[in-house]
Design a protein around this ligand. Sequence first.
Ligand code: TMP
Length: 241
Amino acid sequence: MPEELLYEGKAKKVFATDEEGVLVHRYKDDATAFNAQKRGSWKDKGRTNATMSATIFAYLEVHGVPTHFVEQVDDAAIKTKRLDMLPIEVIVRNVAAGSLARRLGYEEGTKLRAPIVELCYKDDELGDPMLNWYHFRELGVSDEDLEFCEELGLKVNEILTPFFDERGVTLVDFKIEIGRDAEGRLVLADEISPDTCRFWDKETGEKLDKDRFRRDMGGVEEAYAEMLRRVQEITQRGAVD
Ligand code: TMP
């Protein structure tokens, strides 16, 4: 039976399934940047983002982080729980890069004294602006949910920083999204991939993420393949421990 397409985004399609409350997220090879002003596509991007997300969600679950992940369906698709999404993008940063480097006037690569958490309003038309708690209260988000978002961001950072370090990668920063499941529990959602994280090789500083596309650096397909290789190789060897 053909699955019903519920939503098509810039880099993925979301389908309903025969199972109540279960969705399929199918990752495309397409990419956009700067709120879809720049477009591109490269081989195996969907496979990398689906497989890396599946591996990392499973790892986070083992480490006590509830997620929407159910199982990987095929190379480029994962099954997830259906959620009611919070209108928030949570960004956590360990090293100054991108918009934070611009905002603070720091050179990219400056290590931060402590992780910085930012909350952005998920709204493409507005360009996902960074807001504070007062703004989110105005939008009807509770303090309890805001606190959960910040704490979950920091917890994911504490788990994934050593995970990537063991794989020779500095986790510079990343973005996560959070939603409420049918039982009313907030869980980690969306994806964790080179689209949503900045990954720098620990030794050389080489960028292994979507900045290669955003900044026209070349080698984007190779960078995604290298990240997938590093995540899969060691994770398979050590299982999810
Ligand atoms: P920024 O430095 O451009 O604000 O990006 C911070 C982090 O958020 C970086 O890891 C890339 C990620 N990100 C997304 O996942 N989606 C987006 O639309 C943007 C702008 C950034």
